[in-house]
Write a protein that binds this ligand. Structure first.
Ligand code: NAD
Length: 453
């Protein structure tokens, strides 16, 4: 099929490149001319495993073309996906990019003969597609919904495994204005063998929020258990949660084998969730609920717990060091999770902010995020090129992202470069490391001094 994706961020470019790899003819549109030029030259604008290689193949096969010409792309396509950003606004969600994209797509539809489908892939609050998007499309195209198709097709890919997630989805959800609209996406996704749900537009919109709200809730639940354990000498959140995991309803025994579902990775102590999706989506759902007088009490608490964890971790550092004033601290991990360069709403930034406010000097290292990168988000720390550089002369090293490479570092050598050999593990990711006798390793989820060396 001929497809346009409007917005070439993590979702749009992944969608475009993956659909191109399946033989579809894709036009990837962005307002950013530099980004479009880079994509046309085969450069992925962000780090995502496998994306650059697949982009190169799609370009050389002639299956993908990047462009700033939105109207032309719409006119040339049977399906246009809206994959622009929906950032957090003061109150809820900022839908201005979606509105603007719909306006330009509508203008494109005006001059495009025949039946075309517009599918919203951006995460939008229930009611956005059938009110805002439909209204703008109708006004700008001079056509009624029905004359063009309208779908809401939420995206569940995860940064760091976006290609794999897109090509092997656990579900495909299609909200449809009418059956005819949904049938076009049914055809597009015909080769995908996963369960598919065709439903009302608002159900599709809500499903994305309900899914992310569940993940956020599990994380905050685990972090609340961790906070209570940290205040209860003799308890250890990790051991406690491991016991919780063994409930057969969470980890079933199949053919005599214990199965460990991925959901259990959300039931671990940590120092808070971040990223471009969970915080903003939970906040958007809260604002949406509140505007309808459906008080989101649980989600309010989820965000409150999440806001508290980075500070709690900073306090642990303070307790371990005596004072943070004038201390030099190495922060390992800047991205909101391993395998990505995305620092939006990363817990690392909240932790660094807290440490700096307490008078510490922070030297950060991340395997992927480098000085000057990070989606233009301000990082209040010196970003070092190597772990050795960040820990040199440090009073403590704080592990903030569970990057697997951190456990493989030569910690004997790194500790030798530190002024004080204190390691605080905010993700309990370095438990397998054999620490030098001189080092003090402190992990979260238990009282400081209880189980530290
Ligand atoms: P992003 O911010 O990385 O990219 C958005 C892109 O859209 C930018 O390149 C921007 O220049 C472009 N854009 C904005 N307005 C435009 C317009 N009028 N015409 C053309 N291009 C325009 O966003 P993202 O992370 O890819 O997220 C996109 C949407 O998908 C959001 O709603 C997000 O919540 C949702 N989502 C994201 C993820 C994720 O992991 N990032 C996963 C699932 C869903």
């Amino acid at each position: 099929m001929r497809i346009a994706v409007v917005g070439t961020g993590y979702v749009g470019l992944t969608t475009g490149v993956c659909l191109a790899s399946l033989g579809h003819e894709v036009r990837a549109v962005d307002v950013l001319a530099d980004r479009v030029a880079g994509i046309s030259a085969g450069q992925a604008p962000f780090h995502e495993p496998g994306l650059a290689e697949m982009l190169g193949k799609a370009l050389s096969a002639g299956h993908l073309r990047a462009t700033t010409e939105l109207a032309e792309a719409v006119a040339a396509s049977e399906v246009t996906f809206i994959t622009v950003g929906t950032p957090q606004a003061e109150e809820g969600i900022d839908l201005s990019q979606v509105g603007e994209a719909a306006r330009q797509i509508g203008a494109g539809l005006r001059c495009a003969p025949g039946y075309r489908v517009v599918a919203v892939k951006s995460t939008v609050v229930p009611g956005t597609t059938d009110t805002l998007v439909r209204g703008v499309l109708e006004e700008c195209s001079g056509k009624r919904a029905g004359e063009f198709g309208l779908c809401m097709n939420p995206e569940f890919l995860r940064e760091g495994s976006a290609i794999e997630d897109f090509l092997n989805p656990d579900r495909i959800v299609v909200g449809q204005w009418d059956e005819k609209s949904g049938q076009v996406l049914a055809e597009l996704y015909g080769a995908f063998a996963c369960p598919k749900i065709f439903t009302a537009l608002r159900n599709a919109e809500m499903m994305k929020y309900a899914s992310n709200a569940l993940l956020a809730t599990l994380i905050s639940y685990s972090n609340e258990i961790a906070t209570v354990c940290e205040a209860t000498p003799g308890t250890d959140a990790e051991t406690v949660l491991r016991g919780v995991h063994l409930d057969r309803r969470l980890s079933p025994v199949i053919n005599g084998q214990r199965v460990s579902p991925g959901i259990l990775s959300f039931l671990l102590a940590g120092c808070g969730f971040g990223g471009s999706c969970l915080p903003k989506d939970v906040n958007a759902l809260r604002a949406h609920a509140r505007a309808r007088r459906a008080a989101p009490r649980l989600l309010d608490a989820v965000m409150e717990v999440n806001a508290q964890r980075p500070e709690q971790f900073g306090k642990m550092a303070e307790e371990a060091l005596g004072s943070l004033r004038g201390a030099t601290l190495a922060v390992l991990g800047l991205a909101f999770k391993p395998g990505t360069d995305d620092v939006r709403e990363s817990a690392a930034l909240a932790i660094i902010k807290h440490l700096v406010a307490q008078g510490a000097n922070v030297r950060a290292y991340d395997p992927i995020v480098k000085a000057g990168s990070g989606n233009g988000v301000r990082i209040d720390a010196t970003v070092c090129a190597t772990p050795g550089e960040s820990v040199a002369g440090a009073d403590a090293a704080l592990i903030v992202t569970a990057c697997p490479e951190f456990a493989r570092l030569d910690w004997a050598a790194l500790c030798g470069r530190m002024r004080r050999q204190i390691i605080l593990d905010g993700r309990n990711a370095l438990e397998g490391v054999s620490w030098p006798e001189t080092a003090r390793y402190i992990r979260i989820g238990r009282a400081i001094g209880n189980g530290t060396r």
